[in-house]
Design a binder for this molecule. Sequence first.
Ligand code: BMA
Length: 937
Amino acid sequence: MVPGSIYTDLLNSGILDDPYYRNNSLNYRWVAYENWTFHLSFQLSDDFLQHHVVQLVLEGVDTVATVSVNGQAVVNTDNMFRRYVVDVKKVLQVGSNKVEVAIESPVVYAKGQASNYPYDVPELCPPLVQQGECSFNFIRKEACSFSWDWGPAFPTSGIWRNISLEAYNSTAIRYVTTETHKKPDESMWTLNGSVYFDVGLQERTVAGQVSIFIPHVFNYTHLITLGPQSSVHNFSVDIPTVSILPWWPNGVGLPTLYDLHVTFTSENGAEDTDMLLHIGFRTVELVQTVLPQSAGRMFYFKINGMRVFMKGSNWIPADSFQERITPSYIHALLQSAVDANMNMLRVWGGGVYESDYFYDLADKLGILLWQDFMFACSLYPTDQSFLTNVQSEITHQIRRLKHHPSIALWAGNNENEEELNHYRGQHVWKQYYKDYVTLNVNVVREIALTEDTSRPFVLSSPSNGLETTLHEGWVSVNPKDPRYGDSHHYNYVADSWDPAVYPVPRFASEYGRQSWCSFETYSMVSVPSDWDMFCNMTRQRNHRDSGNPNLLFEVVRHFILPTSRNITARFIDYIYLTQINQAVGIKTETELYRRSQSCLDTGGLGFTSGALYWQLNDIWQAPTWASIEYGGKWKMLHYFAKIFFNKILVSPYLKDDSVVVYYIDDDIQQNFSSTGETTKLAVNRQQVISPMDNVMRPSGGDAVNQQSVSPVKSPPGLEKTMVLTEEQEEYFSLHNDHDYLDKTLRRSETVKMPESQWKDNSVENSQDKPEITLYIHCFHWNYLKPSYSWNKTFSKPHLPSYEVARMNMTSVLSQCHCEGREHCFLHFSVEQIGRDTATNWLLLSDFTTAVGLQKASLKVTNVTQVDTQTLSITLTTDSIAPFVWLETPTIRGWFSNNGFIMVEPEKVLLFHAWDKHISIAEFYRCLTIKSLMDLYE
Ligand code: BMA
């Protein structure tokens, strides 16, 4: 099959079963050790062969192959990321023809290259637990196809992108590249571009007219003469800013696209060649200005001149077999990213440059992309043929992808700088360092900077960015220095639910932890004897060294293990606990990063400007870091992401003996001067260190604010909380995605806290009327009504992340009549007219010690059809229900909320099915609901 790979061909011919089933990745290893030849016979007419030029265009051959036409070798390929175009007119004939692609075993080839190389170039072989193949760095092919810590080894062979014969008399357009720049006075956009023509290898010239236009915006025509030496036409057009709607990322504005038509008409008008692109007008800057007092450098993105906090995740290949990734599957995954309020994904460097469809869709959905070049976790050879090969690859990919407004940045590689650092001080260091610079600086970086002047480039991820370029000789001793650049952070030992364990970087481009995929997903590739926490299959499926023990360790830190006597039921309950553990851990870390965006601590940490957790999607059914399972089902983490990435976030945390509450609002702009070195805003000095003032806070190590705890007073008399008008009630209902915050909660009596008990910067600093209300409810685990509640109004802060309350823990507990932290938890909501309500909760102890929790009787009392794909569900409970988890194994879709702590007797949710026409009866039939106490007999 084309596009395709040998595994799907063997599967379709009945020779292989599902490669993902049980141990098949091991059983089918032989496939990758074979050479495979693909061939096709086809007929050609005389008319076709009359064209001046006939070319074979191979958009992607995987990987090392000899391509022959009618028995004559026409090209050798050795890079799945390159396009090969070959003149084949001379070897074709009228009538029957045959094309043959003979592919060498990628595993044998890579091993051979590695052993013929004058010295070892690590990463040599993957850890045994990955059950993978060695030397992926010696073949320009999807690195993770040799296995990864979240995926199997299926080193594919095949023709993975289109293959075609093209015939023309004048020219073919191979690329159209564009860059959009704003003039300094902002009056005009400049659209610079290049059209890359192909006229074949013959010595000839072709004259004609090139026209380039965006309907109703501009029309550009030019007479040109093309020849083998002059096949690029550069153009530049100025367009008044007022005629253009800029492209904005998700959550900031609309991702407006324009159709750019490029046509070449040959002199005699006999032949038209065209290409249509969808382009967007936007600028992207990566600000990395110096902060004073050795506090490092900024690292934040400005889109159209505006600082945007990047919220998102990391993208890996969506399947081991690229041909199985349908547009609708990519759509489901990218739409899920948007539904979780993400605005950036990082296309990770161990996979592939994705399909045109992927980038087109990212453009349409407003998802910015951090695009790695395809080098990962390894050092690479640097012999001339390897470098030349990489040169062609990078040039091709930039020209292919450059016009996409979604791509915000190019990054040289994933973690190779870190990998190199393992050899510091060893005798190989000099050689490896030289090789690193040769490949990454002299080739990859050089080409990226020459080919694309419109976006930033970083040499590696993670790296200290500009600091490494300017002062660290391209390789830092600590590429994860939180004061510079981007950072990857993993810690499987510390308590992931405690924000104090995390370093605060400028930009978190990777952080994560594993959880099991759902039983529904896992059972597709397993049998009943595999449905056990401790069996061979569950061991083998986790490709991370110590993955399962670490996971178990994390779970028992927070929960009592499930007690069901049925092994499968216990395993299913354990899966649920691993998902809660992951979701709460990533929530804790992400909220810390969002809280840290507006200030620096005394150690110079903070001004965090991005949180991309590892990883969005899965390549197969296994326990991994993903928030979306193979097949598209959302794990609990993805539901949590929808909330922790929401534009408005109320974020509480425990700091020493205080409950600290932050209000985060993406719509509030924190402006830095053009040098990025000073805040323009009149803000509280305690809140933000203004680098111009060189003021550092005097003491304390908190990554965020350091403020005094006010003395606690005895509870004041009860006051009625804000009373909502009917219109406001309706507004809240409509804008809360039908996930109504319980009205009884909102209406319940809350106590207005005396000013002295709140640390209230926003009110101090503002003349504005308080317009936002924060509610805090203290619940006992055994009672479905708050034991005590507080409210507070405040005006919109001046900064996107702002401390709005700080309460003394002892007084909270005593006001709530809470015998100890184990008995209670806190629930938070912020409300303001015209905005969504944001809610959150804060646990005061682990579930291992929580007192009072009862088994909740959760019932669906009503389901109604909203439209063909949407249901409205009313859910009731008789007790507090932690981590309510709804699943519909036979209907693909997602709930408006899931994994929540249910504190209301009744809650309305929506269910969105991915496939058309959902039946209520089927929904009832397959719906399962559980919450935490169901795990214990
Ligand atoms: C990072 C990534 C991946 C890896 C992940 C989880 O280092 O770049 O290579 O899969 O961590 O270990």
